[in-house]
Design a protein around this ligand. Sequence first.
Ligand SMILES: O=P(O)(O)OC[C@H]1O[C@H](O[C@H]2O[C@H](CO)[C@@H](O)[C@H](O)[C@H]2O)[C@H](O)[C@@H](O)[C@@H]1O
Length: 256
Amino acid sequence: MTSLPTAPNLPAGQWALFLDIDGTLLEHAAHPDAVSVSDELRNLLGAINERLDGAVAFITGRSVEVADRLFHPLRLRVAGLYGLEHRLTPDSPVVAADAPADIAALADAIEAELDDGLVHIERKGPILAIHTRATPHLLARATQLVDQALAELPKGYRVIPGNAGVELMPLEAAKGAAVRRFMAIPPFAGRRPVFLGDDTADENGFEAINEAGGISIRVKPRGPTVAQYRLDDVTRAIGWLAANFETSPVLNRKAS
Ligand SMILES: O=P(O)(O)OC[C@H]1O[C@H](O[C@H]2O[C@H](CO)[C@@H](O)[C@H](O)[C@H]2O)[C@H](O)[C@@H](O)[C@@H]1O
């Protein structure tokens, strides 16, 4: 939505920061495994995490394990698989929600049906992501197949458009619930949350942030959004984070 105002500099306050990964911190790549994290970004996030006393978490569709691998050796708090799993502190074990069975068999059937080596099917246990970045002409067919699968599955799943693809996931997979889980515990509780995201699946996270009186920012908005502000691309998002959380003198001061 082009009328969305650009994210302003934050006022003095005690902030908590929630971050989507793909399309927000990392430019999209041809394949999920082809992204890379620069030392500059890793160092920036580490510095922000220290300045916010650990009140920083990734809220991502990736698994916690993959988020850790991408940002290694940095380990942050993470809600993975859209909140189906979480690690509430950097060193605690990963806790997984009771989720419906693995849908790998369904993935195999969809893969066979699409019959194209360039469609990448990402099997994430109870979540299935179909990536058509290399074959945009197959997005409509992939969405149709996933919608058919949804109709045949027991209740409790939904389909969400991804970025150049589509994901099938349990209803419990919701970024808003992941944000609320973190906001109920230290070091997040009592702070004002900020969330940067770029996708349809982030909208639910923005709703939770708006309810909590926080700041919601959609990176590169392409359609309707409940986010309050925009940042036009990954470079600007990282620049905004650096300006507001790395060097800003107003952080962690009580708002007057
Ligand atoms: O919630 P996010 O952190 O934004 O993760 C969303 C999905 O991101 C990944 O897929 C997307 O990024 C890939 C790498 O740029 C790209 O190849 C793909 O087309 C995008 O859809 C990831 O693979 C998914 O598991 C995440 O759910």
